[in-house]
Design a protein. Structure first.
Lengths: 110, 110
DNA sequence: TTTTTATATTGCAATATTACAATATAGATT
DNA sequence: AATCTATATTGTAATATTGCAATATAAAAA
């Protein structure tokens, strides 16, 4: 017990959950916001932007990368991290679809 | 250590993280999918739809409710759970906004 | 009123996450 | 080559999450 029962759900459900989970921490949302704000890929100063120690930031970046929210390559002693539009679009369309279905429904009982 | 440093981030970042975190588990995504599929609010049979024990499902429902993804009221020995369109829309517009900004960018270095 | 039915709560064990100090790594600079 | 700089990894402690058995709760049905 304690481990998520991933194999009992559909691939799509797991995929959405993985992406959502990656953004389920304010530091990682902040990283995404920062990547958008600077409008660039090379963000060597991201550690200075967050109220967290360098290893912690590195760990959060790793999780975002593992989940597919960002992609990045090592370039010497700097890093090139970019948002992966494909993943963002997956989330966007998932929620847009829900929203549309809720709009049609209107049986607003709660 | 171990606790999330919530107070170091903006309210919006925390709000998005809370909503995303709630959907960061496939069982909770499955619950959302099911609420959409049945197109109704009263979903007493949700326990039978998931590969999890009743207390576990109850706990996931509680987390979805705490995060604001669903709203619900107790009605006798059945439950009326609905998706909260407001929360879904928050997520949808957050990701739509990111997507639009990424579209404009085009400096696809990674 | 007793029983049934459906959901919630409690308690607990297994696992995962969060955070950081210390250290490693590797390209850039001198 | 030695040093600097930026990021990654390791190890570890604190906390959170996941899952379920056992139990509680409360309205409905008998």
């Amino acid at each position: 017990m304690g481990a998520t029962k991933t194999d009992h759900f559909t691939d799509k459900q797991n995929a959405i959950a993985t992406l959502a989970k990656a953004l389920g921490h304010p530091a990682r949302v902040a990283i995404v916001d920062y990547l958008l704000k600077v409008d660039a890929c090379i963000c060597g100063d991201i550690v200075n932007e967050l109220p967290l120690a360098q290893p912690t930031v590195s760990q959060h970046l790793k999780e975002l990368k593992n989940a597919g929210i960002i992609k990045g390559e090592i370039e010497g002693n700097t890093i090139c991290y970019c948002l992966d539009k494909n993943s963002i679009d997956k989330l966007q369309s998932y929620f847009a679809n829900i929203s549309i279905k809720l709009e049609k429904k209107k049986k607003d009982c709660c």
